[in-house]
Ligand binder design. Structure first.
Ligand code: FAD
Length: 374
């Protein structure tokens, strides 16, 4: 059924790459376009739960490869900002068999690179910024800033929070600044170890937090990512910041946190933006996934996870329901995803996840392959 169906994906972020890998394996003729000139190793970490690892297993055992290089925390630890009291200690890999897959923390660049390696290289086109598209009911014509023109049968908008695909479908609508930023920095694992770092912890005060974890199996890199109220007036997606700014923002936090901050060198800051849930994710031959349709504050560490889950469910819908009635196929995808993505978006924005003891099974134990499409 998939033979010869051309699918263009705008955006080679984690959601777009997952979609490309899964659709290629389902037999679709996929091409992935990204505006960036090429792959770059963004200086940041990421957590991926068992719900995502079960999907990555479909990409020729990528789950096993990632498990071999990632840090595998046994527990999620929430600590009180000043004295380090443990507020919650929740099993992650300590209950791996219950969740059905591991929980990993990893360098985002290492993860992205390994996901890209699961797609045939000729299917990835860097330096292709989509600027327009038109759907004549039979196919979609794509126009790129570099002058390239391509024709596809289906367009997937995986182009992130400022999605031009979403804008063209549903109109211009600026993402909303939440009033919070995230600082990001990586310090050496050796420095973290010398301080007596937890493998993985989130330090919470009433109005801010700092999350800290190792990025690799050897524990050679240790990542700090914060959430804190701040002004943001720039249109940039990130700006350089400093150790001093981090010190100021986390004044009075536990000496271990101060030690981490003292060990930082390159520090960046990112505005945290969101949008209201969209009532529909598709129109005609075009469909959205990931941050393009449900961006969120990152406090549940599930934004990219939801993008990968979307990719898996969209690939399943296309493979099982076919392309002759795309309104039906995309509608089934939306129906299968909407409630879960919106729930995660709302908990993530509220920043309450795992602050107190709770069972995260509904999130980490989920397996998209249990879905049935009639
Ligand atoms: P993106 O990753 O934004 O990718 C979009 C891609 O589209 C980019 O490559 C971009 O270059 C490309 N693009 C944009 N416009 C165009 C165009 N016009 N033409 C062609 N290409 C285009 N999530 C987790 O699951 N776990 C975590 O631990 C986690 N931590 C986070 C920490 C922070 C501080 C932040 C800010 C986010 C975090 N997230 C985390 C959320 C996660 O980063 C996002 O939800 C995720 O990256 C969304 O993936 P995506 O593929 O939908 O979009």
């Amino acid at each position: 059924m998939a033979n010869g169906i051309r699918i263009g994906i705008a955006g080679a972020g984690l959601g777009g790459v997952a979609a490309a890998g899964l659709l290629e394996r389902a037999g679709f003729d996929v091409v992935l376009y990204d505006q960036a000139p090429g792959f770059s190793r963004l200086g940041a970490g990421i957590q991926f739960g068992p719900n995502v690892l079960k999907i990555l297993a479909q990409l020729d055992g990528l789950d096993k490869e990632l498990e071999a290089i990632s840090c595998l925390p046994d527990y999620w630890v929430s600590r009180k900002w000043d004295d380090g009291t443990i507020m919650a200690k929740i099993p992650l890999n300590a209950e791996r068999s219950r969740y059905g897959a591991p929980y990993i923390t990893i360098h985002r660049g290492d993860l992205h690179q390994r996901m890209l390696e699961r797609i045939s290289p000729e299917r990835v086109r860097w330096g292709h910024k989509l600027i327009d598209f038109s759907d004549n009911g039979r196919e979609v014509a794509l126009t790129f800033e570099n002058g390239a023109l391509e024709i596809v049968d289906i367009l997937i908008g995986a182009d992130g929070i400022n999605s031009c695909v979403r804008e063209k479908l549903f109109g211009m609508d600026e993402a909303v600044y939440t009033g919070w930023i995230a600082h990001r920095a990586i310090i050496s694992g050796q420095a973290a170890k010398a301080l007596g770092a937890d493998v993985n912890a989130k330090w919470w005060s009433d109005d801010r937090h700092i999350v800290c974890y190792y990025l690799d199996r050897e524990e050679s890199e240790f990542y700090l990512v914060t959430g804190e109220p701040a002004e943001w007036t720039s249109r940039a997606g990130q700006l350089p910041s400093s150790r001093e700014a981090l010190r100021e923002a986390f004044k009075g936090f536990h000496p271990l946190v101060q030690g981490y901050i003292d060990a930082t060198d390159v520090v960046t800051k990112w505005p945290l933006k969101t949008r209201q849930p969209l009532p529909v994710w598709h129109q005609g031959r075009t469909v959205l996934l990931g941050d393009a349709c449900h961006p969120m504050k990152p406090h549940m560490a599930q934004g990219a996870a939801m993008a990968v889950e979307d990719a898996a469910v969209l690939a399943l819908s296309l493979a099982k329901l076919g392309v002759s009635d795309l309104n039906h196929t995309f509608g089934a995808y939306y129906t299968a995803r909407k409630e879960r993505a919106t729930k995660v978006q709302s908990i993530s924005n509220a920043n309450t996840w795992l602050k107190q003891p709770e069972d995260p099974y509904w999130c980490y134990g989920d397996n998209v392959y249990d879905l049935s499409f009639g």
